[in-house]
Write a protein of this length. Sequence first.
Length: 375
Amino acid sequence: MFMRLLIIAIVCVGASLPPGAQAQRSERCFSETGYCISGRMREFWEQNGGLRVFGYPITPLQTETIEGRTLQVQWFERARLELHPANPRPYDVQLGRLGAELLARGDRGGMPVNVTTSGECRLFPQTGIGACGQILAAWRSAGLQLDGKPGVSEAESLALFGVPLTEARLETLADGKSYVVQWFERGRFEVHPENPPPANVLLGLLGREYSPVARAPEVVRAERTTGAVPARIVASATGMDARIVSVGLDAQGMPLVPDHDVGWYNRSAVPGQGENVVLWGHVLRFSHAPRIPAPFARLKELRPGARLTVYDSNGTAFDYVVTRQVWARPTEVEWMLPQGSERLTLISCIGDKVIVGREVVDMSHRLITIAEPAR
């Protein structure tokens, strides 16, 4: 359910959206594997090579520990995509170094092949290893979109595949056949002379070879929180003192936003549970109730170091300190997912106003305010 949830559904004012104005879900599913991609993952997959570069998804978006860090990741046949929401675009999605990781697990070796006579070569000073001919051409044929310009630069190819870690060599792969291959940080290029170009060089299915475990969605269900729940939030820096009410999803799976209170998404964590506590609210007043202030009207004024206190229904106080604020696109749902540690995530609206019939019905971005437990 999490990945069907769009932050865009958190409307910024009280006016109802006109018929047809609600955003469509951004999910794309593949019958070949039964998994879906959505939000930023889908955008990245589609913009940077899609099926040819990454293959089909073979897990849902899930929480894993990568090099000591808890991250939201999704595995594909040829890659592992990792969400790093604190980074600016396009570096908010990064590829795992599967080539390096699999080689570190155990380099099977192979018979060296002389490819220097097969065309142009390029030496990579980072490793002192070169790539030549059709493998070099395949490396140059794709890359991450870094500058928005047409074509692929070598910097973009480097960002996608990394540098070579082995010379070209003959290896026996999973199908029992021998191929000329060359390992790079984030992929393995395989020469398949039986195929016409560009399929004569393919990327190895490193994601499948890694054998990741598809995990059930790590959602803190409302039925688990039968005790105390968030009831009030105070931020003295902005004069906020608002009631918190429990909210869920409507029949279409979209979030419900209370008119004048702060909403606690009741499938996120509760304070003190060690996970992501998600709150959202309006930033503009309702046209039919202009004297009632919006609870998150001054949220954008909070600065790192500002203190927030959330009181639960038992009266217990939980203190948090703002660490950062991030502008997010409406389809970026990863801020609402479990994060592997205690945090308070406040979602509001910011940016250019969307006006329909002389009323503001939305804004172009979401303001994500992150606060961590006070020490």
